[in-house]
Design a protein. Sequence first.
Length: 276
Amino acid sequence: MVSLNVAVATQAPVPATDTVSLPSAANDAAIGPVILVADDEELLTSELCDYLSRYGLQPVPVHTFAECMQVLTTRTVDAIVLDQRFGPVDTLPLLPTLRTVTQAPILIHTGNREETDRVLGLELGADDFLLKPISGRELVARLRARLRSVPAPAAANGPQPPAVQMALPIPTPPPAPDAGWRIIPAERRVYRPDGTTLRLTTAEFDTLHALAAKTGDVRSREELTKVVFRRTWRPGDRAVDNAVLHLRQKLAHDLGEGCIVTVRQLGYVFTGFPKV
């Protein structure tokens, strides 16, 4: 990086009233297309955003659906990369809601290979599906292809779409000291004994749910890969191992060594949450 020392002593001070502040949309246009990257897995989001930045795109990362809607109702984006399983939310039924605030291309990032979901998503407003894991190079290529087919955006100072009131409250149950740990599949949440939630990614929740569904039984990597990631396990595939590692790290604060045991050469077994 080159540092330039600019002498300003001989210059007349610039009045504050002469300062020009460009609208955010104008700044965006000067830097590059704005890509909203919406995924609850923060590490994955960070990696995707770093790759997009290297190719002249301007990523805007968000980690909750509420943040996604907030961005879309306050600024213009050129394309959206949206995780299908966004925390407790299945985003496919919400595509019509997104379409009320943006016409930007929506690319669904998913590990689901079911044709029915892809057809439903395309009918509800998605423009493309990206199967996990996707390389950064392919992601950039697909985004560029979509951006080429999009007409020029409206003026930056044009009317903005009205804010959308989200109707997705998921009430947190009051503390229940005697209830113990609870896995609630309908909410895709894990509650501690005091009623607070344990924040998990989609992969972490699905892994814990799959293990807890057969408490005391060993579940192989092959089985967990098929159930959680909906694909066939292959040698060198460490998706399940990584999900279990992150689960143990998040559970360690409350449970010490945790409740997931490794059975060498076989897989993992969930021993159950401790009794309160």
